[in-house]
Design a protein around this ligand. Structure first.
Ligand code: CP
Ligand code: NVA
Length: 300
């Protein structure tokens, strides 16, 4: 594993290896065991979009591992004024040990990896959110002991989260059922990948997808960069909500996850959110542990 660009690039064993290390690092942190294996290492973190969890968990994670995180707002970099990504990649490769980038196009992240000579981590693109889904898989495994054979249901937009959950869930031998309006399906590349798995299904009916689910997941209806479509999307996604009806279709002890930030009353009701807040905030915490595992694997 040289980079973390998308989960499609990883094998099930590689994902399991990251989750095992994440569990170990979480245990060590809780027991005050230091793990400063990135002493002297630097991580540049380029943000072209807003972030709370990703920025802070990467900064804290690098600090806890003994390394130095450097926050780089794309607005303040020459890349924001049109300097080509190929040149940025070659320059940053001479200063840093790794790059984390949050941007719009997946192709930009892939170009950074191709043209640079240091590990690149995708901190979210319009196509994928692999760091989040590693934390999600970690949280499910923590609660259920194993992933194999569990049913994951995602209700909502065929966005970066749906794309990455489909790939991550199927690679970890889960059953994956998604429900989305027909104009908001996951990426064609992800559907091509998923069609080979009998454990994958897609429907326009949220209740059908939720039947017997062990974990029910959703995300915002309008992602970053889609703010202008918010009112159109509110109409298109009407009914694609995690609520009591959906939870009644799932298993009685089903978990609920949400990558956050959440819009109560849109993709999830306030009641369901609060009933499952311990899982949702554990999921947010696990960003830290899962990303530390990725950093150790790539930079260690
Ligand atoms: N879930 C997530 O990636 O959160 P941020 O946008 O706050 O980083
Ligand atoms: N789909 C959302 C996820 C935010 C963490 C977005 O891209 O804005």
């Amino acid at each position: 594993m040289k980079h973390l660009l998308k989960l499609m690039d990883l094998s099930g064993n590689e994902i399991s290896g990251i989750l095992d290390l994440a569990d170990q690092l979480k245990y060590e942190l809780k027991h005050n065991i230091e793990h400063r294996c990135l002493e002297g290492k630097t991580l540049g973190m380029i943000f072209e979009k807003a972030s709370t969890r990703t920025r802070i968990s990467f900064e804290v994670g690098m600090y806890q591992l003994g390394g130095l995180p450097i926050f780089l707002s794309a607005r303040d970099m020459q890349i924001g004024r049109g300097e080509p990504v190929q040149d940025t990649a070659r320059v940053l490769s001479r200063y840093l040990n790794g790059i984390m980038i949050r941007t719009f196009k997946q192709s930009e992240v892939e170009a950074l990896a191709r043209d640079g000579s240091i590990p690149v981590i995708n901190g979210l693109t319009d196509f994928a959110h692999p760091c989040q889904v590693l934390a999600d898989l970690m949280t499910i495994r923590e609660h259920r002991g194993a992933l194999d054979g569990l049913k994951m249901c995602f209700i909502g937009d065929g966005n970066n989260m749906m794309n990455s959950l489909i790939v991550g869930g199927l690679k970890m031998k889960m059953e994956v059922a998604v429900a989305c309006p027909k104009d908001y399906r996951p990426a064609a590349e992800v559907l091509d990948f998923a069609q080979a798995y009998p454990a994958f299904s897609m429907t326009t009916d949220p209740l059908e997808a939720a039947v017997g689910a062990d974990v029910v997941i959703t995300d915002v209806w309008a992602s970053m960069g889609e703010e202008e479509e918010a009112s159109k999307r509110r109409i298109a996604f009407n009914g694609y909500q995690i609520n009591d009806k959906v939870m009644a279709a799932a298993k009685p002890d089903a978990m609920v996850l949400h990558c956050l930030p959440a819009h109560r009353g849109e993709e999830i009701t306030a009641d369901v959110f609060e009933q499952h807040s311990s899982e949702i905030f554990e999921e947010a915490e696990n960003r830290l542990h899962a990303q530390k595992a990725v950093l150790v694997k790539l930079l260690g």
